[in-house]
Write a protein that binds this ligand. Structure first.
Ligand SMILES: [Cu+2]
Length: 88
């Protein structure tokens, strides 16, 4: 007797931690506390994103890749008036 249960189904049991990614955004145009607030606000408005640190010129974030993409992060910062590139 054979059991047609495919072994790969066990891999569907993903650890939720594997879906959280970290990214660093390099941001041009920031120069003061207002900019820090604006970038903070922009990034925290993206669903699935949590901010680890924001400094002048740089933001470190964690994001749930089932909810947000790297380009969502970039877009949020660009819409706030800065230039941003994401490094995974
Ligand atoms: Cu500023």
């Amino acid at each position: 007797m054979t059991y047609p249960l495919p072994l790969y189904t066990f891999r569907a049991n993903l650890n939720p931690e594997t879906l959280v990614r970290q990214a660093t955004l390099h941001i041009e145009g920031m120069n003061c506390g207002h900019c820090l607030n604006a970038v903070n606000r922009a990034l925290s408005s993206v669903p699935g994103v949590s901010i680890d640190a924001v400094r002048i010129g740089r933001a470190d974030v964690s994001y749930d890749e089932t909810t947000a993409t790297a380009s969502d992060l970039e877009k949020a910062v660009v819409e706030a008036g800065y230039r941003a590139t994401v490094q995974p």
